[in-house]
Design a protein around this ligand. Structure first.
Ligand SMILES: [Zn+2]
Length: 202
């Protein structure tokens, strides 16, 4: 599958035809056959809102994980605040995309740093943050298996086990090319991860 809007639209149609319910990280347990759509916004909020609008036309909803510490965008700017709220108003969720590298020399623990960034992002954008995805997590961070007060860690063992215990299969792809149609037909739960701004298309 190519990483294009056309291919993504075909994928969303296939999910619908295959009776998948598109779920969020919070309501997937209410459905037997579900897919969770997740986008890590690594570089471009403009591309994110374009895809958010595209998904809205398909009546599907995702979680957009946004960096507080990006070199490429500033979520505190007026324009980006409007973009973030536009994504939210289209029915999507906003989560924290967390880059641990910033804290390698810090005395603050990674756990504390995530909690701090959740609080800061909530304050800046005025939207509750209830899920966190790690940007290129190290093995150490994955092994640490962090649990946060009011947010799901999408890499936590508890969360992954919860998906598995509800007899769901999880596919984590680095981009759309890793999701095969066969996988969609044979599994009951799908993670769809796209890395914005790191691909040529869309
Ligand atoms: Zn990332």
């Amino acid at each position: 599958m190519k990483f294009t809007y056309k291919a993504y639209g075909d994928l969303l149609n296939l999910l619908r035809e295959s009776d998948y319910k598109i779920c969020s990280f919070h309501d997937y347990s209410n459905h037997n056959r579900c897919a969770i759509l997740r986008h890590d916004v690594d570089q471009s909020l403009e591309k994110a809102v374009t895809l958010a609008e595209f998904e809205n036309r398909f009546s599907v909803y995702s979680t957009y994980f946004i960096l507080l510490t990006s070199d490429f965008y500033n979520i505190a700017s007026i324009k980006n605040s409007q973009i973030t709220h536009r994504i939210k108003s289209l029915g999507h969720n906003i989560g924290l995309h967390f880059d641990e590298v910033k804290y390698y020399q810090s005395t603050v623990s990674i756990h504390e740093a995530v909690e701090n960034e959740i609080a800061i992002m909530t304050d800046i954008i005025g939207i509750d943050i209830t899920s966190v995805s790690m940007h290129r997590p190290s093995m150490r961070t994955l092994d640490a298996d962090y649990e946060f007060c009011n947010a799901i860690n999408t890499y936590s063992k508890t969360f992954i086990n919860e998906l598995n215990s509800s007899q769901t299969a999880v596919i984590i792809g680095a981009n759309l090319q890793l999701i095969s149609l066969r996988a969609i037909r044979s599994t009951s739960c799908i993670f769809l991860l796209t890395l914005f701004g790191t691909q040529k298309n869309p």
